[in-house]
Structures are given as structure tokens and as C-alpha cells.
Design a protein around this ligand. Structure first.
Ligand code: SIN
Length: 522
């Protein structure tokens, strides 16, 4: 029996903005040049089970006369505590209008004013209104247009419910991926059922798996966001930078027992909503002259301070001063979610909110087109990459933008290198690779999440970091191997590895900047 497996020019792991936009830009170039190409997009769950799909705020791009590239650059550097790469900041921000034009050409729905101009709003850290959006569900509008667009390209195949569990790079610098069906309950015994395991081969690999929010107790991320791309990049010996720069969003909806947290967009504060403590005091001016629209790290720390001072679990976001029409027209999803989840009417009631994990600002080290440093033919696009754009704290609505522009740059490079490959490298089937069977340990996800929240949260101490690191390392060392495992067990291993990397990185930071805040350095 032949043991051949499908081979693609490029495999893209992840179907959020970074993944789908890379596939589209690559397929577009191939089509324009009449080049045959085979692209595979692997999605862990459904194509739209992505953090991008849940993004509320929007996409930052300078468009008004009062605004300028310089001020968007300056706002990005200020938010990032000047830890950003200024060259990358310039490059991305100047490329933003082109990315918006692409989206408009592809048919993305965006809110407009009555005069037909695009409705641009403000979020924390932005001095001017430059956030392009579709009400409070911009991510859905973006995901929808990308999913429609990929259908135009026969070169793109998408496979859902598929998790990549291991990857190797060959001497010829191509890749073998081993994947498992999401529904698999896998048994490594004499009767092992291999139908859940599948292999793929590719010449170029793009990791676009998004965030790592599930390492924390509370996150705005979707449950699939377990840092898989970081784990796979680790298998390929990629290097990582500033993994401890974890951004907490100031306003996650407070719900006592919920695995993931519903986000209350910063655009609500942009429209005038204020933060109040348990006494009803609008406290943000005491912390920063920009009030509730100060950068996220400052607002999150201020909220935690109020929470600690009063021994409470949450504070409030008050949107009741906004005209009811503004609330219902611009924030329909938030109105509906607050009604559905808590039974409150946000035009009359204050919204209970708490800071929650939102975004990983650090990640896999990539160059100025998204190519992973030190690993040939590997790219990382989106949240899992450290491009240098965000520095120590991402400016609101810069992340969808980053995903789009790096997707375009990476696709350009991918196309060129595929096109220059010798004809005998073009292949549709190759022999399977002999992967060692994956083994998983019995690990407690709750323990990890509590440990990360307590010791690698908004405020850290050096003692807390060493305690947390020891705790995770010990739990990992003492865990027994399972005879059979499920995807969640594999994910737990990944999450522990990611958590350990975050602690190690945090211990290597020696001063406070942006989201990195260690009480010992105050
Ligand atoms: C938000 O809508 O507040 C989130 C936007 C972002 O994270 O950039």
C-alpha cells in the first residue's frame, strides 16, 4: 500500500485575518501571473472560529485631514512605551490605507456617515478618530469578506476541525505536518485508530494560529486560542521575543463563571462612556489626564488598583450618559449581549467590567515581511508574531491592520520563492514522514490558569514569577503520561509550555514598560 500524502506549495495554519489574507494575496498573485499553485488552509475548528471574527473595535488607518501618519506613528510608539521598532511602525502605518482599499475592493462592509464618508471613531491611545469599523462587530464583517473572497480561488483548499500536532523541517527545507481531527479521542494501544491522524507536506509554511489567551483564567480569546503556533515554532527552533508582554483589556464583561469573556469594546469609551468605581466615582482622571481613554496598560492597572482598594470583583463602565440612539446604532451587539447575559439595559444600567487577558504583544521573532528569523520558508503572521509594531503595549485596533499588511508582504515573498523553485520540486504527493507518536501528560489546566493569573498577571513580583515558574515546572515534571488522550490533553501540554516561556521571559525583563509591570521595579 502506498503511503503517500498530499503536498502543497504553501500550508497556512489558522483562518483568522492573518491566515486568510495570506492565502488570498498569494492566490491573487499566482492568478495574475497564470501560475499554478496549491494552497491549503488548516483551521482548528470552523473557518470562522477565530479571534479575528470576534474583534469588535476595528482597523486603525489615517484618513482625515486633521490626522496624519506622524500622529498615528507617535500614538503607536507612546502606547508601546517606545519599545516598538520605529521602522516597522512607520512601514505598517504608511501601508494601512492600501490595506483598507483592498478590503473595500473585496467588498467589506464598513460603517458610513450620512454624507457617504466612512465613519471613523476613536479608541484608547488614539489622538484622532481613525478606527474604521462595522458597528461593534468589525471582526465579523472582516471574517465574512475574507471567507467570501477565498471562494474565488480554486487554488485554495480549506480543511476545518484539524489541529497540527507536530511539524518537522526536512534537509531540503520543506515541512511535514502531522494533524489530528478535533473530535478524536486517541488511543495509543495495539488497536490504535490512525484515521484521525493525517499528514501533509508543504514547501512553505505559514503559522497564523492567533493568540494564547487560554493560559489565563479570564480572556477575550476564543477557546481555540491555546498558543499552538508558538509550540510549533518551538519545534522548528524559532526564537521568541517579549512573550511576557501580555495585554489585558480593561473592560471584559464581568460574569462569575464563564470560560471566555465577552469584550466591551474600547470604542464605547471612545464614544464617551466612563469608568466608575463602587462608589460611583469616575476615577480615571486621578491616574491619567487622558482619563478612560489612556492606553490600556494604564487603564487596566488603575482598575486593578480600585478593585484591590475596595476588595471588590469588578468596577463599572457607565454608558448611560450617551444618547440611547448612539448606543443602539453603534453598539448593537454589546446591547444584546449585556441584556442576554446579565439582563441589563446599558442605556440605563452601568456595565460590570474587569480587565482580562486580551492580546500577546510579543511572540515569534519575524523580519519585516513576516519571515521567521532563522528558519527558512517559515512565516508567522498575526498575534503570534513579534513584528516590532506593538512594542510593550499594542495600540487599539492596530492588530487587524498588522495581520493584513504582513499577510500581503509575506504573500509577496512566498510567491517569489515558490516561483523560483526548480520544476522538479513541483509535486502533488510525497512519501509520508515517520513521526514518533505524540505522547501527552495528564495536566491540570485550571492549575495553570490560576498560576498564570496570580503570578504573571497585570502586576507581577519577582518572587511571584519564580514561584509560578517552579509550580508549572513541577506540575509538568510530575505529570504521568496518559495511555489515551484527547485534543484538550495535547492543548494542555502546549499551554504549559507557553506558560513556562512567559514566566521565563518575564524574569528576563529588568524594568517596567507598557504592559510589563513588576512591583519590585517601582
Ligand atoms: C476593542 O474593541 O476594544 C478591542 C480592539 C482591539 O483590541 O484592538
Amino acid at each position: 500500500m502506498s503511503n503517500s500524502i498530499p503536498s502543497y506549495d504553501a500550508i497556512i495554519v489558522g483562518s483568522g485575518v492573518g491566515g486568510l489574507a495570506t492565502a488570498i494575496y498569494l492566490a491573487e498573485q499566482a492568478k495574475a501571473n497564470n501560475t499554478n499553485i496549491a494552497i491549503l488552509v488548516l483551521s482548528k475548528k470552523l473557518l470562522d472560529t477565530t479571534n479575528s471574527n470576534w474583534a469588535q473595535g476595528g482597523i486603525a488607518s489615517v484618513a482625515s485631514n486633521e490626522d496624519s501618519f506622524e500622529s498615528h506613528v507617535q500614538d503607536t510608539l507612546d502606547a508601546g512605551a517606545n519599545q516598538n521598532d520605529p521602522y516597522i511602525v512607520q512601514k505598517v502605518i504608511h501601508a494601512a490605507p492600501m490595506a483598507m482599499q483592498d478590503l473595500i475592493d473585496w467588498g467589506m462592509e464598513l460603517d458610513k456617515n450620512q454624507d457617504g464618508s466612512f465613519d471613523l471613531v476613536k479608541e484608547g491611545g488614539h489622538r484622532f478618530s481613525r478606527i474604521w469599523h462595522k458597528a461593534d462587530a468589525t471582526g465579523q464583517s472582516l471574517q465574512r469578506v475574507l471567507m467570501q473572497k477565498i471562494k474565488q480561488f480554486p487554488a485554495i483548499t480549506c480543511i476545518e476541525n484539524t489541529t497540527v500536532i507536530q511539524v518537522v523541517q526536512t534537509a531540503a527545507k520543506s515541512f511535514y505536518l502531522e494533524t489530528i481531527d478535533r473530535e478524536a479521542s486517541y488511543h495509543f494501544d495495539a488497536n490504535q485508530n490512525d484515521s484521525f491522524l493525517k499528514q501533509y507536506h508543504c514547501k512553505q509554511l505559514v503559522l497564523a494560529t492567533g493568540g494564547l489567551g487560554m493560559v489565563y483564567e479570564k480572556t477575550t480569546n476564543q477557546s481555540v486560542a491555546t498558543g499552538d503556533g508558538l509550540f510549533l515554532a518551538g519545534q522548528l527552533n524559532a526564537s521568541f521575543k517579549d512573550l511576557s508582554y501580555i495585554q489585558f483589556h480593561p473592560t471584559g464583561l464581568f460574569e462569575a463563571n464563564s470560560a471566555t469573556t465577552f469584550l466591551i469594546t474600547e470604542a464605547l469609551r471612545g464614544a464617551g462612556a466612563v469608568l466608575r468605581n463602587e462608589k460611583g466615582i469616575d476615577f480615571m482622571q486621578q491616574y491619567d489626564p487622558r482619563g478612560a481613554l489612556a492606553p490600556r496598560d494604564i487603564v487596566s492597572r488603575a482598575i486593578m488598583n480600585e478593585i484591590k482598594k475596595a476588595s471588590i470583583e469588578y468596577i463599572f463602565l457607565d454608558a448611560t450618559t450617551l444618547p440611547s440612539k448612539t448606543i443602539h446604532d453603534h453598539f448593537p451587539n454589546i446591547v444584546a449581549a449585556c441584556k442576554h447575559k446579565l439582563g441589563i439595559d446599558i442605556s440605563k444600567d452601568w456595565i460590570p467590567v474587569v480587565p482580562v487577558e486580551h492580546y500577546s504583544c510579543g511572540g515569534i521573532e519575524v523580519d519585516e515581511i513576516g519571515a521567521v528569523k532563522g528558519v527558512v520558508n517559515l512565516y508567522a503572521i498575526g498575534e503570534l508574531a513579534n513584528t516590532g509594531l506593538h512594542g510593550a503595549n499594542r495600540l487599539a485596533s492596530n492588530s487587524l491592520l498588522e495581520g493584513l499588511v504582513f499577510a500581503k508582504w509575506a504573500a509577496g515573498a512566498l510567491y517569489l520563492s515558490l516561483n523560483s523553485a526548480a520544476p522538479n520540486e513541483i509535486m502533488n504527493q510525497v512519501e509520508a514522514y515517520l513521526f514518533a507518536p505524540v505522547r501527552c501528560r495528564k495536566l491540570d489546566r485550571k492549575l495553570l490558569q490560576t498560576c498564570m493569573t496570580n503570578y504573571a498577571g497585570i502586576e507581577k513580583t519577582t518572587l511571584g514569577l519564580t514561584t509560578g515558574l517552579d509550580m508549572l515546572q513541577k506540575a509538568l515534571d510530575q505529570a504521568v503520561y496518559l495511555e489515551s488522550w484527547m485534543i484538550t490533553d495535547w492543548e494542555n501540554q502546549v499551554l504549559y509550555e507557553v506558560g513556562i516561556r512567559i514566566f521565563k521571559d518575564a524574569l528576563e525583563q529588568h524594568s517596567n514598560k507598557g504592559v510589563y509591570f513588576n512591583l519590585d521595579y517601582v
